[in-house]
Write a protein that binds this ligand. Sequence first.
Ligand code: DGI
Ligand code: FE
Ligand code: FE
Length: 193
Amino acid sequence: MEVDYALQKSKAVLPTKRYEHVERVTETALNLADQYQADRYTVGIAAALHDYAKHMDKSLLEHWIKTSVDIPKDLIHYHHELWHGPVGAKMIQHWFMIENKDILNAVRSHTTGRAGMGLVEKIVFLADYIEPGRQFDAVFEARNLAEQDLDRACQYALKQSILFLIDKKQPIYPDTFQAYNELTQLIKKDGGN
Ligand code: DGI
Ligand code: FE
Ligand code: FE
């Protein structure tokens, strides 16, 4: 599968505004791939398909969570915004026969992050947060950090997401905390703060 073909697949299942976001995330992710020496093909496909399940019916997403052995069942008890990543990864595996673990992991964890994220996962997670259409206050600092250090930029995005969810009195999925903790420990060990 080529990146343009993956984009067409997303275009077919997404409203225009969402599809334009996917195009911007893909471009941002490809730039980060060049900057951080990641594989452009893997990053491009993952970014192009990251929101594949975003506009599917809640009941369909719920069905996939309940019937796929390797999707964590606890997701049902969290905000339905968290469902489209893990279910999208399963759908593109099933329908497009994608078996590349870096692509599947990046789609799966793009909303929450997780401990043990690989290079492609971090890039897609960050590109989704900083793409040029994003307008919240924290995005400027996130873009600055993205120019300098991938781990610090991801840590910052995770921190801001946690603070945002706390402010909204929303529960936070443990993967988000675990991703934040891991990067914070890594950055400390490397002499950062
Ligand atoms: O699909 P997008 O809108 O492009 O972006 P996304 O997949 O990162 O979804 C972000 C939304 O998910 C955002 O409104 C916050 C919400 N959310 C709900 N619970 C959690 C969460 N985000 C994180 N990181 N962790 C959560 O537990
Ligand atoms: Fe998403
Ligand atoms: Fe997105």
